[in-house]
Design a protein around this ligand. Sequence first.
Ligand code: HEC
Length: 136
Amino acid sequence: MQRTVHWLVLGMLLMVFGSVALALRQDIPGVDEIMDITHRVKKGLKDQLEVEAKKPKPDWAKMQKDAKEFTRLISLMEKNDPPKGAKASWVKLCREYTEDVAKVEEAVNKKDAKAVLAAIKALDKKCDECHDKHRP
Ligand code: HEC
């Protein structure tokens, strides 16, 4: 009887750890999801930041939140396997892009609208290389 209880407890523990591990894994959003949240036309964080930075009185608090989330999500891209192409190239391009996006966040933190717009514009030069190599 006691033995059965031990096995039951062990089984339950395994189930708990299993679901925790799964939940942690799912914490990393997929590449398509990250691209969608950050780059969807108009609704994505990048376009939202651009619109806000062009306003005469930008909402810096909102921009700080958006820019932080932008960097966080892009930094998670490399944790995914590339949907297409070689892993080494993927990791390199993802890291470079994370640095570029971090520059947007830096400019936002300085509340420098001109620098924000310049940093966002610089991002547009980076889409094609990565899409050519890694977008299915
Ligand atoms: C470091 C690589 C990388 C960079 C840089 C990059 N993308 Fe992407 N993007 C991808 C990959 C890979 C996909 C395909 C995701 C999939 O379908 O699994 C994608 C998909 C997309 C999608 C479709 C999202 C969806 O709903 O599936 C849009 C829109 C997009 N990218 C816009 C952009 C724009 C605009 C830029 C530049 C300002 C950019 N991306 C820069 C890798 C990148």
